[in-house]
Design a protein around this ligand. Structure first.
Ligand code: NAD
Length: 484
């Protein structure tokens, strides 16, 4: 897509229903990771824009948006979903260009964004309070109310999906949102906001201020007018956000990183498992919080799994996002450097296989060949730290206890899976694995807009997605009426 043929101006913010340049008129370059070239400019919002956006959100709460019934909010979200569906191809091209993800993946992300709007549109009027039996002469009931103004700070790896799950649930509950997209990839957040406006979302219900993390992001996280923060990103920034939330005593949802294992027992159906074992690691060039970067295999089938995964790796092709191969570029030169730094730590002889970078991949793009590692032990940095690139480590284990000890042996706990035909073992492992989601004989369940998602440990806390997110984006009020 030609950046000059967009249906919105990426150099503008959306505040209180008005599209305009940032207060300082500053801009940031937009880079196409497939080529490394600058393809346009995006607004560089700052503290003044965040102040205005929070005020606009507060005004929306006090105005039309705040007075709207839950059913009306749901209808608007559903309409946004239909309009996202109608523009899914354009949104996919935009996301592929901005993030570097293969077009097919970008299209799946656009459909997920539509699905979030449908799901939360339908859910908006389904969350109810309860009545509580209490003292004679009292009637007690609970109300679910919005926090007020919610701040959303999102990363660059799945902008559409993460905006969908976080803003969708917040709007469904009647909050007014201020969204700060990642500086590396802001385009689809802005495109989505334009669609939402066209679908009839009242002014100020959704405000978008692109900009740098340490400027617009920090200003949003520290703003005393924000009543709830939702952050998806790195552990380092997540802890800054939590500290800022603590100073203002507001709740925070943190969706951070992971080192998610798939645990393969000797009795597993390997034909069924193999496509999941590889795709869960290399999807989005491994830049996925829930990427499965560790494959634990019972020793008797370790060599077989390594060889079969290696066969697949040798066929993997890396190239331009719009060429829609298996893997696109990484988001930035910096990310490429980080991933190459990890790969340089691989012990001698531990590279089992790697994929191929297409001969016509532009020299300026941030390409890394996917790499399968068999050799680093469970305590090696490659097996413990989040690489956020197309690399997986295969680790052998002996017996269930060791499998659980290795699987639970990192600081993270986002997702895990167990591959086994033994039903009792599936149930045991589902309980013993330390993760926010556990999959049995699959991985990821196709994304699952409906499935609550979030971590334990350094993977964060709070849940987004599914019905559960509606609890997070609302506050329970207890009303006790004494009537005699
Ligand atoms: P990041 O933490 O650097 O940036 C995420 C967002 O935070 C961006 O919008 C950025 O501008 C903003 N930010 C940066 N510094 C800030 C500050 N001082 N104050 C406020 N905001 C600030 O993370 P990243 O490099 O963009 O993303 C990669 C990380 O995100 C990985 O660790 C990955 O696992 C994690 N992630 C987690 C999930 C999840 O759902 N659990 C999803 C995607 C990514």
């Amino acid at each position: 897509m030609q950046i000059d043929r967009l249906w919105f101006d990426p150099a503008e913010t959306l505040i209180g229903g008005r599209w305009r340049a940032s207060a300082s008129d500053a801009r940031l370059p937009i880079e196409d990771p497939s080529t490394g070239s600058e393809i346009g400019l995006v607004a560089r919002g700052g503290a003044a824009d965040i102040d205005e956006a929070v005020a606009a959100a507060e005004a929306a709460r006090a105005g039309a948006w705040g007075r709207m019934t839950a059913a009306e909010r749901g209808r608007i979200l559903a309409r946004i979903g239909q309009m996202v569906l109608a523009r899914a191809d354009d949104l996919a091209v935009l996301e592929a260009t901005d993030v570097g993800k293969p077009l097919k993946q970008a299209k799946a992300d656009a459909l997920a964004l539509a699905r979030y709007m449908e799901f939360y549109g339908g859910a908006a009027d389904k969350l109810m309070g309860e009545t509580i039996p209490y003292l004679d002469g009292y009637t007690v009931y609970t109300l679910r109310e919005p926090h007020g103004v919610t701040g959303h700070i999102v990363p660059w790896n799945y902008p559409m999906q993460i905006v969908g799950r976080s803003v969708g649930a917040a709007l469904a509950m009647g909050n007014a949102c201020v969204l700060k997209p990642a500086e590396e990839a802001s385009l689809t957040a802005l495109a989505f906001a334009r669609i939402a406006t066209e679908a009839g979302l009242p002014a100020g219900a959704l405000n978008v201020v692109p900009g740098l993390g340490e400027e617009a992001g920090a200003a949003l996280s520290q703003h005393p007018g924000v009543h709830h923060l939702s952050f998806t990103g790195s552990v380092a920034v997540g802890s800054l956000i939590q500290a800022a939330a603590a100073r203002n005593v507001v709740p925070v949802t943190l969706e951070l990183g992971g080192k998610s294992p798939q645990v393969v027992f000797a009795d597993a159906d390997l034909d069924a498992a193999l496509p999941f074992l590889v795709s869960a690691g290399i999807q989005n060039a491994g830049q996925t919080c829930s990427a499965s970067s560790r494959i634990l295999v019972e020793r008797s089938r370790y060599d077989e799994v390594v060889e079969r995964m290696a066969e697949r790796y040798r066929t993997l092709k890396v190239g331009r996002a719009m060429d829609d191969l298996d893997i696109g570029p990484l988001i930035s030169a910096r990310q490429k450097e980080i991933v190459e730094g990890f790969l340089a730590m691989a012990p001698d002889g531990s590279v089992a296989a790697h994929g191929t970078i297409a001969a016509d991949a532009p020299a300026g793009g941030h390409y890394v060949a996917p790499t399968l590692l068999a050799g680093p032990g469970p305590d090696h940095p490659l097996s413990r730290d989040e690489i956020f690139g197309p690399a997986q480590v295969v680790i052998p284990f002996d017996g269930e206890d060791e499998a659980v000890a290795i699987a639970n042996g990192t600081d993270y706990g986002l997702v895990a899976s167990v591959w086994s035909e033994n039903g009792a073992r599936q149930m045991r492992l589902a309980k013993r694995l330390r993760a926010g989601q556990v999959f049995v004989n699959n991985y990821g369940a196709g994304g699952g807009v409906e499935l609550p998602f979030g971590g334990v440990g350094k993977s964060g806390h709070g849940r987004e997605k599914g019905f559960e997110a509606l609890y997070g984006f609302s506050v329970l009020k207890t009303v006790a009426a004494r009537h005699g």
